[in-house]
Design a protein around this ligand. Structure first.
Ligand code: F6R
Ligand code: ZN
Length: 187
């Protein structure tokens, strides 16, 4: 292996070169938002918009990989666009999220239900401690772009979050951003 570099456009999250990318559209995020009816209406009327894009740079044989996530601005009945959220398969492995553009919230949750909220602003570098589930949420009018770095072995475990949701939701209430208890999660 040899040292290399990429160039990242902070506004869009475009990373050049890269080794892979994927997009998630609203229709692929059914079950994530509180209001399933409005979600279906948004899919129909807005042509199934992209919610977020992930671009990665991974070299075979390396211990680390990194990439960008860009979450577009948007809401589903007041609930801001977000990522699915996950634990790492390897619970002993953490991650770094370095925000480059926009405004967001990094929602974290431990297996015993403790929650933590970190504001994401350009320049914020968040340490996601091992064994904390993490979801990022765009609360601004621009794309929320962050660079992430973790071990190639960390993996994703979406199961628990898909089944139970996270304990907090992030919504707009009376023109303000509010972090509320998720009514669907029994304390
Ligand atoms: C990797 C990581 C990020 C997320 C990405 C999309 O461990 O935390 O690359 O995978 O922001 O979020 P999810 O995977 O939760 O849909
Ligand atoms: Zn992660």
């Amino acid at each position: 292996m040899i040292p290399e570099h990429v160039v990242i456009d902070d506004k869009s999250g475009l990373m050049t070169p890269n080794t892979g990318r994927y997009r998630k559209r609203l229709s692929e995020l059914r079950g994530l938002f509180q209001d399933a009816q409005v979600l279906e209406a948004e899919i129909r009327t807005k042509g199934d918009p992209v919610v977020y894009e992930v671009i990665e740079y991974k070299k075979g044989g390396s211990d680390l990989f990194f990439g960008t996530t860009a979450i577009l601005p948007g809401k589903v009945n007041g609930e801001y666009y977000m990522t699915r959220g996950h634990f790492h398969k390897r619970r002993d492995m953490g991650e770094v999220y370095y925000t480059r553009n926009g405004a967001g919230i990094l929602l974290l949750e431990s297996p015993d239900g403790e929650t933590s909220v970190i504001e994401m602003r350009p320049g914020t570098c968040a340490f996601i401690a091992p064994n904390w589930a993490h979801r990022s949420i765009n609360i601004g009018a621009e794309s929320l772009v962050f660079v992430w770095v973790c071990s190639v072995d960390a993996g994703h475990d979406y199961g628990q979050i898909v089944r139970t949701g996270m304990r907090k939701i992030v919504v707009e209430r009376e023109g303000k951003v509010a972090v509320l208890d998720n009514p669907g999660v029994v304390p």
